[in-house]
Design a protein around this ligand. Structure first.
Ligand code: SF4
Length: 299
């Protein structure tokens, strides 16, 4: 959960506790249906994490007899586990001398070594991981060491106005210009994307469509406006926008095109069942607004 979401959100809004109640162990998660897993993940977004977690549970059940492996090489082979998560699990859960490099750690290490290699490039990444490994292997308490390094970045060696006067590692620090570090490569700009969907409500419920072949596979959303209607779309009921990774998406919800027939991937869902259906958050918010009677024509 913490791969993309802040710890305060995960804990204070009850995502972690609800998930653990629903799936207390690998066995329960491994045998759940896709709809149960995606439904329990609702509100957190980036659903790939939920799918990876279930695949991980299945691998732990089938290849590790239901016991999470302690060997860092085996941890790194599990679905959805990259170097950061592998290092965090190995050191925090098992106390192993494995490095963890997040944004905070990268900043601290770049400043300590006065290293201006871009931290998000291949060479910079390799150097950071090697340096973090060297340091954690020299410590006698890897769990506390990694935790302390991350916390130092969060609380003292902050991106702006680092508190060098209070820094416990100041005498080891080589930079004279901490605010110029770390150096990052230029990022690609934000790309604008348009999504056009339509809203159809009947006595049976709201017409929804199940996503296939995208990162949102298995989630339900308002049906896409058919291509034939894109040049002259029906009147707009709602316009909203949301951001995902480097995309800024404008979501237009239109009235139902005249004469439209529901497709096999679409179904009417009674209003009372909508809450239990896995759905991307922007679509859920739009649907709530439409159902609350906030429907109005914009053009
Ligand atoms: S002395 Fe300043 S720049 Fe160096 S690690 Fe400490 S807070 Fe960061």
């Amino acid at each position: 959960m913490l791969q993309q979401t802040q710890i305060a959100t995960v804990l204070e809004r009850g995502f972690y506790s609800r998930w653990m109640e629903r799936f207390p162990g690998f066995a329960e998660l491994a045998r759940a249906t896709e709809a149960e897993v995606l439904g329990a993940w609702q509100g957190l977004g980036y659903y790939r994490r939920a799918r990876n977690l279930q695949r991980l549970a299945q691998v732990v059940m089938s290849e590790h007899a239901g016991v999470f492996p302690r060997d860092p090489a085996l941890i790194r082979e599990l679905p959805g586990i990259g170097p950061y998560t592998a290092g965090a699990v190995a050191s925090f859960a098992f106390g192993l001398a494995e490095p963890v490099v997040d944004g905070n750690v990268a900043r601290v290490l770049a400043r300590l070594d006065d290293d201006s290699t871009p931290v998000d490039g291949t060479a910079g990444g390799r150097r950071l991981w090697a340096r973090a490994a060297e340091l954690v292997r020299a410590s006698d308490d890897p769990r506390s060491f990694n935790s302390a390094l991350m916390e130092l970045g969060q609380t003292v060696c902050r991106p702006a106005r680092p508190a060098c006067g209070e820094c416990p590692v100041r005498r080891h620090c080589r930079t004279k210009s901490p605010e110029k570090l770390p150096v990052k490569s230029a990022r690609p700009g934000v790309t604008a994307v348009t999504e056009r969907v339509f809203f159809l409500r009947s006595a049976e419920g709201v017409l929804l469509e199940k996503e296939t072949g995208s990162r949102r596979t298995g989630l339900w959303r308002l049906p896409a406006l058919p291509d034939a209607w894109l040049d002259r779309p029906p009147p707009v009921l709602l316009k909203t926008s949301y951001a995902i990774t480097r995309y800024k998406v404008t979501l237009w919800v239109h009235e139902t095109p005249a004469g439209l027939r529901p497709q096999p991937v679409q179904k009417f869902v009674p209003a009372g069942e909508l809450a239990g259906l896995p759905m991307p958050s922007p679509y859920r918010r739009a649907l709530e607004q439409l159902l609350k009677g906030g429907v109005f024509r914009l053009e």
